[in-house]
Structures are given as C-alpha cells and as structure tokens.
Design a protein around this ligand. Structure first.
Ligand code: AHG
Ligand code: MN
Ligand code: MN
Ligand code: MN
Length: 335
C-alpha cells in the first residue's frame, strides 16, 4: 500500500469538513473504532503464539461457548469506546444487557449508541481462518442528558447512521458506510495506518456465488431448498459456485467483491434464524443496500424489521439484488 492513497484519518476528516455543522461526534466514534480494530488485529495476529486460542470457559447470553478472543475483543472495543466518552451506550453480542456510558463531563450528553459483534466467526480462530468485527451505530431516541434506554438499541436497521466491519484476513480491512456509499481501508501493519484501498464498493452487476451452510439443508423451508437446487442447476450462467467460510464478515466480503448471495435461513424445529438481528443482520443489510444490493428475511426487507429484544435472531439473505429477488420468489411460491 503506498502513501499516495488517502488514510482513513484523512478520509474521516474530509468527510466531516463537508458537513460544517456536524459536531464531529460521529467522526470521533469512527476514530475510536479504528483504534480498537488495530488493538484487536494485533492480538488476532499473534493468536497462535500466545495463550489466546480456545475456549474461555464461559457461556455467553447466546448460549455459545465464549472463545478467549471473543472476550478479548469485547473488552477492548468496550474499553476504547468507554474511555473516550463519545457514545452514550454500547450493546454487544457478548453482554447480556446494554451498557450506559457517560460523556466526559459526567453527563449523558452523547448522541450515539453502538452495537457490536466484537469477534465474528469465532469458530474459525483455532484453524487460522479469517474472523471479523461488526459494528452498527444509531442516534439515540431517548432525550439527551438522561441515561440511555433499551429503546435506543431496539431501532429498526433503517435508522442506522453508520455500520461497518473489520476483517482480520490475509490483510486487515475496515469497511464502513455512513449512508453515502461503502468504502474499504486496508491496514498497512508496518505503519499501523489504514489506507483507502476500496473506494465506493458495489456488488458487481452479476453474481455467481452462493454461500450457505448446506449441512443444515434438511431444516430449510421448501422455498430455500428449491432456490439451492436452482443455484446448482446447469442452465445459463449456472451452476453457481458454492463458497462458505463460516464467518459472516469474510463470506460477505468475498461476495461484495465477486458478486453473490449469502444465506442463513431459519433452521431447526422452531424455524428460527441463527444470526443476531442487531449485531449481524442489520449492519450487513445497511452495507448491502449502500452497495447496491438487497438484504431480506426471505419475505421482507431486513432494515424494516422492528427489533423486540437485544439478542433477537433473524434469517438473513443478502447480496446481489437479482439473486435475492429470485430467492424471495421461490419462498413466496405456493407448493
Ligand atoms: P459469532 O462467531 O459472532 O457467534 O458468529 C457466528 C455466525 C457467523 O459468523 C457465521 O456466518 C455463522 O455464525 C456460521 O454459522 P454455522 O457454523 O452454523 O454455519
Ligand atoms: Mn458468538
Ligand atoms: Mn457473528
Ligand atoms: Mn461474535
């Protein structure tokens, strides 16, 4: 990466300067996320060398075994955001309840809440495959000056003011949107600087990748099963290629670059989604729409879903518009 490219710091500064009345709070917040990303990246990179791999010995609110890196990333992101006193609240996949944060003057004057999946794809840690962090930012709806309320975190995804992810992959990349397109910044590890490597990211016109855990096939609805058969059929530009890493961030990142659809359908006897609406589906849906794609529950727009609880799960189908439209048509078909 050469220094001819803009740094993330310069990009944030220039974007803020374009809005002379902005308070700079959102810029400071993205800066804090940038810092937490670097700290987490440092730890992820040496995962095989120090005692950071494996189970932390606890179960989180999701009923999952927490990995040491889940705990580490959660602590670092929360610490970095709290210490800077720039958000009024944080919710995390790894925390049962949301955390209220005071501004630096001890009041509750900050405007933004952040929801994070500190470490996404944690089953990939021990096998040295890529993992990520996902974040989602909303303006609070409860009055400024009072402690944040649950309602501040339970807003539909369409209210997001920003969302993004960091992928700790062959290189580390931070991808985010403030509602004005999607931009990606690759970390130069020697300098500790993110450079603007992926301007205005968009799903390519046509996609030919489908990403789904096919081990769950027996649990899928007939519509989803038919769509998978459609992807596999030899006809026109099909069969599509199947690619699945098992880390939403990495699967999404590949598909936004190469073109494709990511699917986590409802599973099990209760037909529930696995991914968390607030930490995973909504931020990815926001980025998808900003990149000219579509994100659906299978029968409606993800960003329109009204969350009822912090850790609610939802089905997610996101990627190229045409692919998502086709999938929805199969689901809507009566047998
Ligand atoms: P997390 O590691 O944050 O709990 O998320 C796991 C999610 C997501 O990253 C991934 O796409 C999906 O779970 C993989 O699920 P399966 O192993 O069931 O395919
Ligand atoms: Mn988890
Ligand atoms: Mn996750
Ligand atoms: Mn996670």
């Amino acid at each position: 990466m050469t220094n001819q490219k803009k740094t993330l710091g310069e990009f944030i500064f220039e974007n803020q300067a374009a809005f002379p009345y902005s308070t700079g709070e959102l810029s400071k917040l993205i800066n804090a996320i940038r810092l937490a990303a670097k700290i987490t990246n440092h730890e992820v990179n040496k995962a095989g060398l120090v005692d950071i791999l494996g189970d932390a010995g606890n179960t989180n609110i999701q009923g999952e075994n927490q990995q040491k890196l889940d705990v580490y990333a959660n602590t670092k992101f929360i610490q970095t955001l709290k210490q800077r006193g720039i958000v009024c609240g944080i919710a995390s996949e790894e925390e049962e309840d949301f955390i209220a944060v005071n501004s630096q003057d001890g009041k509750n004057n900050n405007q933004y809440v952040v929801l994070i999946d500190p470490l996404d794809g944690s089953s990939n840690i021990d096998v040295n495959a890529s993992v990520g962090t996902i974040f989602s930012i909303y303006r609070r709806i409860s009055p400024v000056g009072q402690p944040v309320q649950l309602e501040d975190f339970l807003q539909p995804g369409k209210n997001q003011v920003a969302a993004g992810y960091i992928m700790y992959g062959t290189s580390t990349i931070l991808v985010y949107s403030t509602g004005n397109g999607v931009n990606g910044f690759t970390l130069n590890p020697a300098l500790g600087t993110f450079y603007h490597s992926h301007p205005n990211m968009q799903f390519p016109e046509n996609g030919n990748i489908y990403s789904v855990n096919e081990g769950n096939y027996v649990h899928f609805s007939d519509g989803v099963k038919k769509y998978i058969k459609y992807c596999q059929k030899e006809e026109g530009d099909r069969p599509y290629t199947s690619r699945y890493i098992g880390s939403l961030v990495s699967d999404f990142h590949r598909n936004i670059i190469k073109g494709g659809i990511y699917m986590y359908p409802r599973i099990g006897p209760t037909q529930k989604g696995k991914l968390r609406l607030t930490y995973e589906c909504n931020p990815m849906a926001f980025l998808t729409e900003q990149a000219n794609g579509a994100a659906s529950t299978g029968s409606g727009r993800i960003l329109d879903v009204e969350p009822k609880t912090l850790h609610q799960r939802e089905a997610l189908f996101c990627g190229n518009k045409e692919m998502v439209k086709k999938l929805e048509a199969f689901i809507a078909e009566k047998d």
